[in-house]
Design a protein around this ligand. Structure first.
Ligand code: G3P
Ligand code: CA
Length: 252
């Protein structure tokens, strides 16, 4: 059972930063989940929200802007932002990482990468570019073939298009289908399904496995839910507390 640090070890450091990724391995994660968006000048950066205000000081630095979306700012502008101090003073100066920086950090620590394509409105071009970007690097291309690199999205149509354009890439749909037929349809283009943990049951895990799909549940933080997911037979748990999940895994 794989332990995935959600947005890095986001209980211990500001989400989707290099600090959160560094702490993921220290807290016994096997993989880290990151969210990827594109800047106004087409660069990939690691950040969850469409809007920069929750996790950076963008409103302070750019008070005259009328919109604070990631896609309205260039990479150079985003790199000026502080993405750490909202979480605590000791993280002041933390930057929004580029995708390359985040992948390098994960690679250096031997962490697998669960990369979520955050798509605002359908954007097959961005997803295809991201898949091609990852395949261009031999290390991540090999990781894509053996499940150490997984591309996931809530946008199943876009994910299906990615699988068509870049065959062999390991894709995971986020959410849940109803019944076996839905799982069978998904298995035509994806290798994995990642539902919210409250939607996971042991029979559902078995049905997914029968279709050849692996299954990770998210975002599983409390003790009871972690134990239940392990009992249900999931293949991975996405959590803000990788140390907690690793502890229960060791006992199982
Ligand atoms: O990995 C699953 C989870 O990240 C999906 O939700 O909102 O945290 O991106 P969210
Ligand atoms: Ca995510």
């Amino acid at each position: 059972m794989i332990v995935v640090a959600h947005r890095g070890a986001s209980a211990y450091a500001p989400e989707n930063t290099l600090s959160a990724l560094r702490l993921a391995r220290i807290h016994h994660a096997d993989m880290a989940e990151i969210d990827v968006r594109r800047t106004a000048d087409g660069q990939f950066v690691v950040i969850h929200d469409l809007d920069l205000r929750r996790t950076t000081n963008v409103a302070e630095l750019y008070p005259d802007r009328r919109s604070w979306r990631v896609s309205d700012f260039t990479l150079a502008e985003i790199r000026r932002l502080d993405a750490g101090s909202w979480f605590g003073d000791r993280f002041t100066g933390e930057r929004v990482p580029t995708l390359t920086e985040a992948l390098d950090a994960m690679r250096a620590d031997g962490l697998g990468a669960l990369v979520e394509l955050k798509v605002h409105r359908r954007d097959p071009e961005m997803c295809r570019d991201l898949a091609m970007f990852l395949r261009a690097d031999p290390y991540w291309r090999a990781a894509g073939a053996d499940g150490r690199l997984i591309l996931q999205s809530f946008d199943w149509v876009t994910l299906r298009q990615v699988a068509e354009v870049v065959p062999g890439v390991h894709t995971a749909v986020l959410g849940k289908t109803y019944g076996r037929f839905g799982l069978r349809r998904i298995a035509r283009y994806a290798r994995q399904i990642n539902p919210h943990h409250l939607r996971v049951t042991a029979p559902y895990v078995r049905h997914a496995h029968a279709q050849g799909l692996t299954l990770f549940g998210w975002t599983v933080n409390n003790d009871h839910a972690i134990r239940r997911m392990i009992r249900d037979g999931v293949d991975g748990i996405i959590t803000d507390y990788p140390d907690r999940v690793a502890g229960y895994r060791a006992l199982a």
